[in-house]
Each structure stands twice: as structure tokens, then as C-alpha cells.
Design a protein around this ligand. Sequence first.
Ligand code: TXA
Ligand code: MG
Length: 328
Amino acid sequence: MNMIDTKPEISLSHYAGEIRQGNVVAFPTETVYGLGADAWNADAVAHIFELKGRPPDNPLIVHVNSVEMAATLVSEISEDARRLMERFWPGPLALILPKRPEVLDIVTAGLPTVAIRVPNHPIPLRLIEEAGPIAAPSANTSGRPSPTRAEHVRQDFGAEVPVIEGGSCQYGLESTVLDLSIRPYTILRPGHITQSSLEQVLRQPVRMVPSFEGETTGAPRSPGMKYTHYAPDARVRWMRPDELPRPDFPAAGTLYLLHRIRPGDVPIRGDRNLIHYGEDYTEMGRDLYDRFRMADLKGYSEIAIEPFGDSGEDVEALLNRIRKAIGG
Ligand code: TXA
Ligand code: MG
């Protein structure tokens, strides 16, 4: 068993105190674990960038616990923004809005906008209540898959960062990032809150940035999109249609992630490197980053993922992360 940093006697107030004093603390959210610091403390936020090895032109999301606290960071909350906040907060939706001048440049990477969200998890909500707005990227070192369990944070940071234990994250994929500072409103990163659910509330079309627009235009809207993301060391690729019929399937050294192919469709001897999700894409999303990290720990050289075909909007976020991992 690994030592868990949160012994019951270490209370959340203790961690909130750490954040107030300018230290960095990792905590669970409903999406992935975050690496948090006081959003009003430039040195503390700088420490996040340093720990992650994060390029300084990639801004952070500020976590708040209410629309009122959001209003201390953004210069204006439009009718549309308010409607989204009321419908989806607390929840996995980060909104990009024009920032107040006092919001630190290091948080927004010098942009005139700031990303904010209210996490739907009692631990960060409690920390925010005691320590105020918390700037937090995902708690992985830059380029690694986002952490969905406390253990993942320890894999990347060891004892350098205290982690509040919160079990496995509910969604396992990062929040939807919606830019409300441009028209049409644009999803910079798909997540659990889908394009159509946003359009329903906004009663207007919302644009989806293609997975690799940032890389191809050289002028990404969301600075984070130009960096390699979510990639394990193992090479991630789509499974080829000719692989399954071959007698040597499954190849040793390859981990297969399957959803439509059933256990009975494949040779029994491969059961350890064949993961079957059925068509439960929520479960697959929840498990993906953990599986990426496990594949590395177990020394797989490849991860082959069964292609999706037309699986609709529910797989948008999952597909986006897989494409990033393949491209990266
Ligand atoms: O689910 C989540 O959002 C998690 C948890 C911890 O809340 N956080 C997270 O943060 O995924 P991070 O830093 O890994 O991803 C934030 C993304 C980056 O792609 C960043 O470029 C983009 O949001 N972003 C932040 N502020 C922005 C801004 N002002 N304009 C455009 N993109 C922004
Ligand atoms: Mg991240």
C-alpha cells in the first residue's frame, strides 16, 4: 500500500491554510485532479508552472464556488454566461470571459480573458470557501495524461506536492472549455457538457474547434491546444481492421482497448491485454488516463484502440483525448 497523504487528522482546513500561505496543494475534482494555488498570489501560481514544467503561455483555470466569486474575476457576466452558470455550475464547464484588470497576468498568460469554473466536488468547494479563488491546472507534469486518482499525482510529483485523497474522479476527462469572449461562442476543448446541451441553453449555434486546429493554424485560440497532451509513453494508435482475424492476435506488448468487439469475439489467451468496455463510453472515459498510465507501468509499447465509427456526441470528448494522444 502506498502512503496516503491525507490522514484523517489532516483536515481540509489545514490544506486551505497551506493554500492561503502560498503553497501548492493537489485535490480531486469531478473531472481530474487539480494542482491548486491561491489565484491572487503570483509566486504561488508561478510555482505551479515550475512544478508542472508548463509553458508560461498556457493559462490556468480559476476555480470558484459561486457566480458571486466569479464576478470578482471577470469584468462582466453577460445574460448568456449567467444562464450557463445557473444551468451547469457546479460542474465540468469552464467559461472564458473578459478578465478584470487585477487578475494576475501569470494566471491568464497575459490574455485579456480568464477561464473560470465551479467544480462539483465537496473538497475543492471547501478549499475555495476557506482560501478564495484557486488557480489550478490538471495535476500532471506537462505532457503526461491528467491524473484521475491521487496515486497518479504521486507518480508525477512524488512527495513534492501534498495530495488530498478523493478516490477516482467521476468523469476522468477534463472539463468542457467554452470561449464566451468570441462569436460564435466556441468550444476550445470538448468535455462532459456537450455542444448540443450548450446550444440548447444558449439558443444559438456553438462552434467546436477541431482537435488539431491549434497545431495547424499556428495561432490557437486556446494556448494549451498547441502542446502535446495526454500522451503516455506507449504509442497510442487505432486498431487496424485486419488485426483481429490474424492468428497471432492479440500481439504481445500491445494493450487493446475495445468497446464493440465482445469478449467472445476474441481468443481467450489474450484476456490480459484486452480491455472490454462494452459500449459504455462513460466508463471508458473515466478509465482512459488510468489505463494509459498502467500501460506504461506494465511496459506495453503500444495501445491499440478500436475505432468508434459513428457513436455520436457522447464520445466527442473521449475521441478528442484519444486523437491528441495519437498525435502527440
Ligand atoms: O477539468 C478541468 O478543467 C481540470 C480541473 C482541475 O478543473 N483542469 C484543467 O486545467 O484541465 P488545464 O490547465 O489542464 O487545462 C486548461 C485549458 C488549457 O487548454 C488552457 O489553454 C485553456 O484551458 N485556457 C485557460 N484559460 C484560457 C483562456 N483565457 N483562453 C483560452 N484558453 C484558456
Ligand atoms: Mg492539463
